[in-house]
Design a protein around this ligand. Structure first.
Ligand code: SF4
Length: 345
């Protein structure tokens, strides 16, 4: 039986960490029998770090005109893809800041050039705020923008930019960023156009537990409507080098991370995959998280610029991820971006 927002709040407030974890583990085992935990090999490619949004939690962006700003040349993107393929990669996650002047022809050319050269590569690209930025610059509807990107080679859309889906929080931490409804509308439209997407949450940025539950509720409602989310991916705010970090006094604890992950697994009964993070909490907490509802550990890390800019420097090779999964008592299986398992050993 589905739990209500009030019941979820009780779980988040509960002192019974192990009890909440066991409940989430029961849900995971039902959805993922066979003691399997998945991972992927892909690469984050940040095509630009110029951004007009100035989010207070972000140490990655550079304002227009900054000498530290860049737009990656195609040749350098190709080189990063070649390195990814050499490691057994199957896709790339391409994201940027919200560039003030790159237009649709840039994005169509980028996707089209990559697809022409690497037809098998899965292109998981452009967060909802980036798509809204392109739509605005181009004077296009969300639907037409996504349809054109899809026709140029876009295969699926990452859930970045969700942070906490509640406008009270968004206004405080990212005043210029899209609203809750706009984020949801991009994903609703992508699902209607046949693209799968992921849902994310960045918590620990000064929100209340009620805000977290509202985030879960909005994701669950949209999944009921469309069924288009492949996974839920929660992580917590990294403070270093960010302006928000000066105001959020308390670091997210491992207990808070595990409990929030577990409640997300229980609450989001209509989303098949929940990702346990190792990048910010580290490998040990990730292993425990696999008993708190997580059934996937995401990708190895070839390059990551966003959370590393905020002071997080954990890394993992494929062998390390497989060993981490095995040591936690599970069978590692490689998957692709759409969570199709295809490599068993
Ligand atoms: S989080 Fe994204 S949208 Fe916000 S400032 Fe950083 S790059 Fe820009």
């Amino acid at each position: 039986m589905r739990i209500s927002p009030d019941q979820a709040l009780d779980l988040l407030r509960s002192d019974d960490l192990i009890g909440v974890g066991m409940e989430a583990d029961t849900v995971r085992r039902k959805l993922h029998p066979g003691n399997v935990v998945t991972y992927q090999i892909d690469r984050n490619i940040n095509y630009t770090n110029f951004c007009t949004e100035y989010c207070s939690f972000c140490a990655f962006y550079r304002p227009a005109g900054s000498p530290e700003g860049y737009v990656q040349p195609l040749e350098s993107i190709f080189q990063k893809i070649d390195e990814t393929l050499a490691l057994g990669g199957t896709g790339i996650l391409m994201q940027g800041g919200l560039h003030p002047s790159l237009r649709m022809d840039y994005y169509e050319n980028l996707l089209g050039s990559v697809k022409a050269r690497y037809p098998q590569l899965h292109l998981h690209c452009f967060s909802a705020p980036e798509i809204l930025n392109i739509a605005e610059l181009e004077g296009l509807s969300i639907r037409d923008t996504i349809a054109r990107l899809r026709d140029a080679g876009l295969d699926s859309i990452p859930g970045a930019g969700a942070e906490i889906l509640d406008d009270e929080v968004r206004r405080r931490i990212a005043r210029l960023k899209c609203s809750t409804e706009e984020w949801l509308q991009v994903h609703r439209t992508a699902h209607a156009l046949g693209l799968r997407t992921t849902a994310t949450m960045m918590f620990g940025c000064g929100e209340t537990l009620e805000h977290r539950i509202r985030h879960f509720e909005r994701i669950r409602n949209l999944q009921d409507e469309t069924g288009g989310f492949t996974a839920f991916i929660p992580w917590f705010f990294q403070r270093e080098n960010t302006s928000l970090g000066r105001f959020v006094k308390e670091e997210t604890t491992a207990v808070d991370y595990l409990k929030t992950l577990a409640v997300s697994r229980i609450y989001l009964d209509n989303i098949l995959n929940v990702q346990a993070s190792w990048l910010t909490p580290g490998h040990k907490i990730c292993q425990i998280a696999l008993r708190f509802g997580g059934n996937d550990v995401g990708s190895i890390l070839i390059e990551e610029n966003v959370v590393s800019a905020a002071g997080c420097h954990n890394t993992s090779t494929e062998d390390q991820l497989r060993a981490m999964i095995r040591d936690a008592g599970f069978r590692p299986i490689k998957r692709d971006t759409l969570y199709r398992k295809y490599f068993l050993n």
